[in-house]
Design a protein around this ligand. Structure first.
Ligand code: SF4
Length: 335
């Protein structure tokens, strides 16, 4: 059944890849929700599982990867049980994705108009060529690209225009949820700022829900309503931007946010977190952050913490916020 507050509910999602070095669990038992109309920022270091999670939400994990367990409920639809033909229909029409590099995501031998009309007509076969072209013109115009450029090939467009073409593709079927995966990585700072303004406008105008996957926390701070911080395939913390960004609780979130550059002169020496993310084919026991954590306790390497609510809409996955079993509590610290 559809939930009025949550557009997408994810329960105990686990995704694994079978590699030569062993089984790599890229997403490990994640449970969270994406609320209707929100921008949820998903951040974390490279390799923490963000992009795998984005693809799993569209059921686009390819061999040697596999969703091994979990429930995905999108607006009342059981995504895991949906036949592939219906899933294909849902991709694009209800959930769409803006990929990292528009130049490699767009077909170099197809004109902008062909990308758009093909997408529209693949999902709405009754739409005539003329009507599809008119809709494509209206869309690109809305995104600040002159309709004169419809017959251009991707290489004839600037980086910003290609990114806008990707957005127009994502919006061409009026999806409810747009997943933007590192969508600003290939843009310069000016075009990036324009892209963020545009996403903000489109969110309000089309009532979009956006999952913004990025390693750039500054972008999330500008645009997101909530932030989910991932570390080594698990959620470290999730909550409102004002809580998690300005007063993070998890030691990893704290380190991550302290290492964001600021323009304050007295903070020219950037904080550097000790160590590096673990190899996910052989992750550390207990809390995966324990080899790097400045607040590590005995319990941390022995037992895995769970995501606990510390306030409404604010959850943290750390033993500092969970009751420690008595036999391991000798060196317990306070948050
Ligand atoms: Fe640090 Fe322990 Fe919390 Fe992990 S569970 S973040 S090691 S204090």
């Amino acid at each position: 059944m559809a939930n009025r507050e949550n557009l997408y509910t994810i329960n105990h999602l686990t995704v694994e890849y079978h590699t030569r070095l062993g089984i790599l669990r890229a997403v490990d038992d994640l449970t969270f929700e994406i609320k209707r109309g929100e921008v949820l920022g998903l951040v974390g270091e490279s390799g923490c599982g963000k992009s795998t999670l984005g693809k799993a939400l569209m059921r686009m994990i390819e061999e040697p990867g596999k969703i091994v367990s979990g429930e995905l409920n999108f607006d009342g639809i059981d995504i895991m049980q949906l036949p592939e033909a219906q899933m294909r229909e849902l991709r694009g029409s209800r959930i769409s994705m803006i990929f990292q590099d528009p130049l490699t995501s767009l077909n170099p031998v197809q004109k902008v108009v062909e990308h758009l009309t093909e997408t529209i007509q693949a999902h709405e076969s009754h739409v005539s060529d003329k009507a599809a072209r008119a809709r494509a013109a209206e869309l690109v115009d809305r995104l600040g690209i002159s309709s004169n450029r419809l017959d251009d090939y991707p290489h004839q467009l600037s980086g910003g225009m290609r990114q806008r073409t990707m957005i127009s593709l994502a919006l061409s079927l009026r999806a409810d949820l747009v997943i933007a995966d590192e969508a600003t990585t290939s843009l310069d700072v000016i075009v990036e700022a324009q892209f963020l303004d545009l996403l903000r406008e489109l969110r309000d105008e089309f009532d979009l829900t956006i999952l913004l996957i990025t390693h750039n926390i500054g972008i999330v701070a500008q645009l997101a309503d909530r932030i989910a911080i991932m570390y080594a395939a698990r959620l470290a913390e999730i909550g409102g931007i004002h809580n998690c960004f300005f007063a993070p609780k998890h030691p990893y979130s704290q380190g991550l946010l302290q290492s964001v550059p600021t323009i304050k002169l007295e903070e020219l020496d950037l904080y550097q977190m000790a160590g590096s993310p673990p190899d996910l084919t052989h992750p550390p026991s207990g809390c995966r952050f324990h080899p790097r954590c400045p607040k590590v306790m005995d319990v941390c390497s022995q037992l895995t913490p769970t995501l606990k609510s510390i306030e409404p809409n604010w959850n943290v996955n750390c033993w500092l916020y969970e009751e420690i079993p008595e036999h391991l509590a000798a060196d317990a610290k306070t948050p």
